[in-house]
Design a protein. Structure first.
Length: 133
């Protein structure tokens, strides 16, 4: 009887490192995205709330493509690479979406290294801080 509970306890302790591994992966994706150069200036109508909604749509689309790729692509190596790429894209989008949740309070929103303008209705202090620079 004790071997069964020991097995369950060992399974519980092995599940914990997986969570920290995912947190570390999301953190490294987030920090890597912050180091990307600003390529273009995003239009003024793109704000953090729009980007959060667009990220959900992009993640759902990526997951649909992931399932389709797993079912349609027959070559194992190509299927694995496509699935790996789409999974990394979905994780990156989720990580960026999470960082957009609180960035308006800090007046510094970025999406994959691209600066996002914060509208006055989200945080009026951001326009005052930008004007004083």
């Amino acid at each position: 009887m004790t071997t069964g509970t020991g097995y369950v306890a060992s399974m519980a302790t092995t599940a914990l490192p997986m969570k920290s591994l995912l947190n570390r992966l999301a953190g490294s994706l987030d920090s890597a995205a912050d180091q990307l150069p600003e390529v273009v200036e995003l239009p003024a109508w793109i704000d953090p709330s729009f980007l959060r909604a667009a990220a959900v749509v992009a993640i759902a689309t990526t997951l649909v493509l992931l399932v389709l790729a797993a079912r349609i692509i027959r070559r194992l190596v190509v299927r694995g690479l496509v699935i790996l790429f789409l999974a990394a894209l979905a994780l990156g989008l989720w990580s960026q979406r999470v960082s957009l949740a609180d960035c308006a309070a800090e007046c510094s929103c970025n999406l994959f290294g691209q600066a996002v303008q914060i509208p006055d209705d989200l945080n009026p202090n951001c326009s005052q801080a930008a004007g004083s620079r």
